[in-house]
Design a protein around this ligand. Sequence first.
Ligand code: UFG
Length: 358
Amino acid sequence: MAILVTGGAGYIGSHTCVELLNEGYEIVVVDNFSNSSQEALRRVTEITGKSFKLYQLDLLDKEKLEAVFEENKIEAVIHFAGFKAVGESVELPLKYYQNNITGTIVLCELMKKYHVKNLVFSSSATVYGMTDHVPIREDAQLGAVNPYGRTKLMIEEILRDLHHSDQTWNIAILRYFNPIGAHASGRIGEDPTGIPNNLMPYISQVAVGKLERLTIHGNDYQTKDGTGIRDYIHIVDLALGHIKALEKIKRRSGGVDAYNLGTGKGYSVSEMVDAFEKASGKIISTTISRRRPGDAATCYANPTKAKEQLDWHAVRGIDEMCQDSWRWQQNNPTGYVKKVNKESRTPVQSNAAVFFNV
Ligand code: UFG
């Protein structure tokens, strides 16, 4: 029996694949590589010494996706695939609704047809909207403030309706806070396309000399130093949260629950700059601008529910997060080479699937 990982080549997906393989799970990955690289998956085999099957396909292509369910014995799905750029979602809302929501519906239809009712869904703290009531618990008021966030919120509601209609579905909704860092090997990490929107990849690219200076979006918030506060979580801790969620849903016979995956600690933008300077030994030049529209002053999790119900908590601290981000950035200043390196083992074609062999 295998775990199907949608969007397995992405930042969170690839780190989760590593931890699944390390735990001894068989995995089948589907990805359309719209915002990710096959090279990330090759490196997953390199890190773990384990092989797995990859299908390059789009979730909207129901026929191709159905072949995955036909050809493999899937016991559960971890669903990462989706667009995630907030700004782009404001410009192109239909693209986001079509891809994220329709893709999820197609996936769930096939899961239903093939009696696969264990699902871990990749949601986001963005579903809490602009709340300043921190730490945020899962039962806080929900309300996303942009189309990307609304796709996450709508999918959460679709999944609750699905469970309501058939209570044998086992669903874990994971609300991520701010994932940063990279695998300790320095071989996989975050590889944003173009100029990064998020703080950590931006800081890393300043440190490595690709960008000139970080613009700090506002220093007039009601926070300790005036800059925005977030709950940064190491990507490996986040990946391990998926394993715990999977174990939990496999143990029970029906339910739908949301869990915060965060550390419960908030760090300001200025503190993150200082921590990264310490980890890298580089000076991060900064300039202050006005607040970025849609940003909350402070956002951090109450992670108690995940601790109590999933037996999971984040253990990696801010220094380790920055060191690992820096190692990844320094070793891969241009991210992944966007195609599989000729000298690397060439994946073997077989029907629609590609086998990543060790
Ligand atoms: N920031 C800067 N300069 C930058 C980028 C960010 O000062 O160049 C600041 C922001 O204003 C904010 C903090 O750094 O105070 C973190 O910003 P990010 O863009 O890294 O992350 P956000 O908290 O805004 O958003 C992230 C994800 C969203 C997700 C959200 C969940 O990008 O997809 O966390 O809380 F929805």
